[in-house]
Design a protein around this ligand. Structure first.
Ligand code: F6R
Length: 241
């Protein structure tokens, strides 16, 4: 694990976007694994800037997102489909057919999840997987449990995750309690993993991920085993390291 301590979220976005920009320059048809939530937003802004300056093009890039709420319509303002279009896809030259956000409303969830993993493998595998970390140590929506998960699957969200994400919804009832997420094994298959953690609420999860045992009670700790993982932390998130 490479731990990169930065002064703030802006420095993290600068460094992470440089890594992604360099990958796209070296491999214009790079496969990116993307995350939603607050952590990657500044990085996405930097990627949009680089595209607008003509530094990179996304015309041959393919993306696969980590997760999507289950049974939330794509068109909902809180769907990850909407998030990705508003925060990145609508502002770059990526082809819609090259973007993949898991379908939150599949007819047959098990079948769909297997196909999602297959489509990642068929595309050649993820070159760079971007991650955030939950306050409880989750990556994607792989919540703390007694085993590490494998491929993409349907998951029940924990009370901690529901509480953290509830702020985006008008009421608790509207907040989905399940999601489709890439599993830990799918995440570990990425050639390079970049995780972003900022703010004091992430400090304990960051400590457990970096200094704790590799354990499914902190799913992010599995990244200790990844051969090319970069953990970008600001001062508050690094406070307990
Ligand atoms: C999002 C995702 C989640 C978030 C995590 C941190 O696609 O998979 O694991 O990365 O919950 O969320 P933020 O960045 O909002 O603190």
């Amino acid at each position: 694990m490479n731990i990169i301590k930065c002064s703030d979220a802006d420095e993290i976005a600068q460094k992470v976007s440089e890594m992604i920009i360099n990958k796209i320059k070296e491999k214009p048809n790079a496969i990116l694994g993307l995350a939603t939530g607050a952590s990657p937003v500044k990085t996405y802004k930097k990627l949009i800037e680089a595209y607008k300056k003509g530094e990179i093009s996304f015309k041959d890039v393919k993306t696969f997102n980590l997760d999507e709420y289950y049974h939330l319509p794509k068109s909902n303002k809180n769907s990850y489909y909407t998030f990705m279009h508003e925060n990145l896809f609508n502002s770059i030259d990526i082809k819609e057919e090259n973007t993949h956000v898991p379908d939150g409303n599949p007819a047959d969830a098990d079948y769909y999840c297997k196909e999602y993993d297959k489509s990642i493998d068929d595309a050649g595998g993820i070159d760079i997987q971007l991650l955030g970390i939950g306050r409880n140590g989750h990556i994607g929506f792989n919540e703390p449990s007694d085993h590490f998960t494998s491929g993409t699957y349907k998951v029940s969200l924990t009370p901690s995750t529901i509480e953290a994400n509830r702020i985006y919804f008008d009421s608790e009832e509207e907040m989905p309690k399940e999601a489709i997420t890439m599993g830990v094994e799918s995440i570990l298959k990425a050639k390079t993993v970049i995780l972003i953690a900022t703010g004091k609420f992430k400090a304990e999860a960051v400590r457990d991920m970096v200094k704790g045992a590799v354990s499914p009670s902190c799913p992010a700790s599995v990244l200790q085993k990844h051969p090319d993982a970069y953990i970008f932390v600001d001062e508050e998130a690094a406070a307990l390291l």
